[in-house]
Design a protein around this ligand. Structure first.
Ligand code: SAM
Length: 400
């Protein structure tokens, strides 16, 4: 069975009570984009390596008398290659099409969405917004991954447009690889912790930069007696995320508008688990170490710190792979992607108070629903949903 024979299907995706309703054509566009992205990431992307090996590298060596010394030199050389330019333009366009489809789908039903969300949000103390919280400049200065208004923009005051657009479009960019509710990372965390610490029930969990809570809802559902707090600076994402979590039954999950650089509202050592999912790569170089420091401060002795991210660049990762992974930084408004992936996270965590002896790095793969994303039968290509893979950079803080 080939990759394209069992495509993820937008119409089959399990929705929740506040998910934007797609028309036939909107679902068809997202289906097209999901499969187009998978095709680009596999079949078409292979052409980049061919172009490099057969044309770009030999020309570079001929001109310079040596091989490229870093991912930046490869990028400059590849940016002149016609195949890479073609692939890159397709990829950028697919992101713009995702945003256009998602946003038009959300805006035409914004009244209904705001009303649905209000039903879940009004009068609940599990949503705590604070208009004094500023969106950091490193977030506000650009439209992150071409998302109009980023995570915090409002079409009109108090709306959920940014959160709803993020939720309905991520399926297309990941080719369905995060599962029906786009929560494959969170489900993987649940599976990981149950094996790592069987029987452990944290009393309090803190999730930083939760957006709409895709990956913290599975933890809240897995630990119903745990108090789970998810913070973010973006109000429209929090409004939508809170309603979504309530619709999915995560009543022990609180959404709080707060900047993770200053969590003075939380006492030292007040959480047993502090974590982030696909968050660190969107932080500026100065915010990241500050946030790690704050996270270590609020982590209880004996507690778990965990950051799920794409693998960091290292000497073991070929320069060509680093160049390809860098694509988003230079073509998709992810300004910190490149520099963040080159950081020495272990040193940053050690400087913040988690010495190397208590740190670990482990691999985590998305866990998704096999009814919607069946396993490949022949072993060819990738399993639907199992393509998403992260590194977990973590530490168990020394007990008191
Ligand atoms: C890539 S998204 C994180 C995805 C999310 N963790 C998930 O699992 O779906 C980054 C989020 O971090 C938030 N953010 C950025 N800087 C922040 C800060 N200093 N404090 C709190 N949230 C922040 C943004 O508003 C955005 O929602």
């Amino acid at each position: 069975m080939s990759l394209m024979e069992v495509p993820p299907s937008y119409t089959e995706v399990t929705r929740h009570a506040v998910f934007p309703e797609p028309s036939h054509d909107e679902a068809a566009r997202f289906n097209y984009l999901a499969n187009f992205n998978k095709y680009m990431a596999t079949t078409l992307s292979a052409g980049n390596k061919l172009a490099y090996d057969r044309r770009v590298l030999p020309a570079f060596v001929k001109e310079q008398g040596r091989e490229p010394k870093d991912r930046f030199e490869i990028r400059h050389a590849m940016n002149k290659d016609p195949w890479h330019r073609f692939w890159s333009a397709l990829k950028r366009n697919s992101m713009e099409m995702r945003q256009q489809n998602g946003r038009s789908m959300v805006l035409r039903q914004l009244d209904e969405l705001d009303a649905k969300v209000r039903q879940f949000n009004e009068g609940r103390d599990t949503l705590q917004l604070n208009a004094d919280v500023q969106v950091p400049r490193y977030q506000a200065a650009i439209d992150i991954h071409c998302m109009p208004g980023s995570y915090h923009g409002e079409e009109r005051p108090g709306d959920v447009s940014a959160g709803a657009n993020y939720d309905c479009g991520i399926f297309a960019t990941t080719g369905g690889g995060l599962g029906a509710l786009n929560d494959g990372g969170g489900q993987a965390l649940v599976e990981w912790i149950k094996k790592e610490r069987p029987g452990w029930t944290p009393k309090r969990i803190l999730d930083l930069g939760c957006t709409i809570g895709h990956n913290i809802v599975p933890l809240a559902l897995a630990f119903p007696d745990t108090e789970v707090i998810a913070i973010d600076t973006a109000a429209p994402s929090l409004r939508y995320g809170h309603a979504r979590a309530q619709a999915l039954g995560a009543y022990n999950l609180k959404f709080v508008q707060m900047n993770a650089e200053d969590m003075s509202a939380f006492a030292d050592g007040s959480f047993d688990w502090v974590q982030t999912t696909m968050y660190l790569h969107e932080l500026s170089g100065s915010a990241l170490p500050r946030i790690i420091q704050e996270s270590v401060r609020v982590l209880a002795p004996g507690g778990l710190m965990l950051h799920l991210e794409q693998p960091q660049y290292s000497d073991a990762m070929p320069l060509f792979e680093q160049f390809l992974r860098d694509w988003d930084a230079f073509n998709n408004n992810e300004p910190f992607w490149s520099s963040m992936h080159a950081l020495d996270l272990k040193s940053i965590m050690a400087d913040a108070g988690l010495p190397r002896e208590v740190q670990f790095v482990t691999g985590v793969s998305a866990v998704v629903d096999e009814t919607v994303f069946p396993k490949q039968s022949s072993g060819k290509g990738e399993d639907h949903g199992r393509a998403a893979y992260w590194n977990a950079y973590g530490a168990w803080k020394a007990a008191a």
